[in-house]
Write a protein that binds this ligand. Structure first.
Ligand code: SF4
Length: 494
């Protein structure tokens, strides 16, 4: 499709909104209509012009041989209000698409990653009640998703309040997995290819951790939480895990921090030996991620483990004393139906984990899900949407609360990912990483440190090399980059 942008700078928002309704179309953004545009091509025109001291907003949608249009004139002062002209134009485009496509995406015109941040900002500006109203009438978010956002905002606040100017969390990246899932877009290498790299990777990661601990200590920072993720950290052998955790526990004040998570991730990597190492070093929270409890769906996504293995892994962890276990699920997987998803939810609730994180499938370009699998989804993703509705209903009833929520680009139905937990089991790290109000020092390949200025909203990122082979071969550069953390803090503290 062609997106025509005329007289305004909001092409990014307009593109994102077109993608909500036409997720699989390639969008070509142009600033001038070409005379040779074929009639069959979908063309969206969005324009703003000043006329007689006013602002004229126009949107036209030419699709399937039909043309719909919408126009409105607003005072010029709209331009003084932050993002107001953009919002008005987005609402007009949304309404035309919704009318033409016959459905209304539940998050309305919101295409950003962090809707809770927006709601919080609105609540600060206009009070909670008005913010909630504006979320629905101004951004066209449904009452149901607005309620989910308001409850999540309230719950995450208890965690955000604990973060101080000198707080930080530690993230450690283990970018290896037993096999690569079909929907995966992370830089994660399967063990087959990377097994020779792993010993050196762990050695160098430990060096980076020691350097990071020194920097944190010199800056007088306080460790709040530790998260070892990936990939699948339990792809490491028990000995490699011991080497890693022993370094973390020797050089960081882990005993005094509130949370120490290790993603056990793939149930097929959970063994008594590995869990024993996690126990030995005081890991407080683990994640065992089924994604689905339906074997045929697991096969579709290349997970190469069974539901039985998930159940055994979970029971093993419980029997070894793990009392804070998270399980990740995905709504909208290929081959899953509302009724088979219901089975997943039922089985997970029978296991009784302390938290459940429910993602919506994101159809990333770099994933292996191919076009024919994509074609299995209608753009309104009614199935995934119903799965999430039922999730909310069942998890609320089982005593869970939503405590963090975020969205990714290209999610089926423009839906959301939500972290649900029983009270007292919210993961601080998950809130901090999403809210971006707290420093995260990150080590390992693909890790991104986020350095938060305690006196402003400024957040600076320091990127590590993405791929393990780069991380290993250019490790000295990684260490030098860690030193930038000190420079940034010195700058912030001036
Ligand atoms: S377990 Fe996670 S990181 Fe690993 S391949 Fe699957 S989706 Fe990717």
């Amino acid at each position: 499709m062609i997106l025509l942008v005329d007289g305004h700078p909001y092409h990014y928002e307009m593109e994102n909104l077109c993608r909500v309704f036409l997720p699989y179309e390639e969008i070509k953004t142009v600033y001038e209509k070409k005379a040779d545009t074929p009639e069959s091509e979908t063309v969206v025109y969005t324009g703003i012009e000043q006329q007689d001291g006013q602002l004229r907003l126009s949107v036209r949608l030419h699709m399937g041989g039909q043309m719909e249009k919408s126009e409105q004139t607003v005072p010029l002062s709209v331009l003084d209000e932050e993002k107001e002209a953009e919002r008005l134009l987005a609402v007009m485009l949304f309404e035309l698409f919704a009318q033409r496509c016959g459905y209304r995406p539940k998050w309305g015109i919101l295409t950003g990653v962090r809707p809770i941040k927006l709601l919080r900002r609105l609540a600060e500006q206009m009070g909670l009640e008005q913010a909630i109203q504006h979320f629905q009438s101004g951004f066209l978010v449904t009452p149901q998703k607005t309620k989910l956002s308001a409850i999540t905002m309230d719950n995450e606040q208890t965690i955000l309040c604990r973060s101080r100017a000198e707080s930080y969390s530690l993230y450690v990246s283990i970018p290896f997995c037993p096999t690569r899932c079909a929907y995966c877009s992370f830089v994660s290498q399967s063990v087959d290819k990377a097994v020779r790299l792993m010993p050196e990777y762990v050695d160098l990661l430990c060096k980076e951790l020691i350097c990071t601990a020194q920097v944190a200590e010199e800056l007088g920072l306080n460790l709040e939480s530790v998260y070892i993720g990936g990939g699948t950290p339990t792809t490491l052998s028990p000995e490699q895990l011991r080497q890693l955790l022993s370094t973390v526990c020797t050089y960081f004040p882990v005993l005094s921090c509130r949370e120490f998570t290790v993603e056990a991730g793939r149930p097929d990597t959970v063994t008594p030996e590995r869990l024993q190492v996690l126990k030995e070093f005081g890991v407080t929270r683990i994640s065992i991620n089924p994604q689905t409890m339906n074997d045929n769906v697991l096969e579709n996504i290349g997970r190469r483990h069974t539901t039985e293995q998930t159940i055994s892994a979970f029971r093993l962890a419980r029997s070894m004393g793990f009392d804070n276990i998270n399980m990740d699920l995905i709504a909208g997987l290929p081959g899953d139906t509302v009724s088979s998803y219901r089975n997943t939810l039922k089985q997970v609730l029978l296991l009784d984990p302390e938290s459940v994180t429910v993602h919506t499938l994101a159809l990333k370009r770099s994933s292996r899900l191919n076009q024919s699998e994509r074609d299995g989804f209608s753009p309104d993703a009614g199935g995934a949407s119903q799965m999430l509705d039922e999730t909310a209903e069942k998890l609320f009833a089982a005593g869970f609360e939503p405590y963090y929520l975020y969205r990714q680009s290209r999610m089926v139905g423009n839906l959301e990912n939500t972290g649900w937990a029983k009270p007292g089991y919210y993961s601080d790290y998950n809130v901090y990483i999403m809210d971006e109000t707290h420093t995260i020092l990150a080590c390992g390949a693909g890790a991104v440190s986020k350095i938060k200025d305690p006196n402003s909203d400024t957040l600076r990122r320091i990127f590590n090399f993405k791929f393990p082979y780069e991380y290993v071969s250019r490790h000295e550069e990684m260490i030098l980059r860690k030193k930038q953390v000190k420079e940034l803090y010195e700058l912030f503290r001036e």
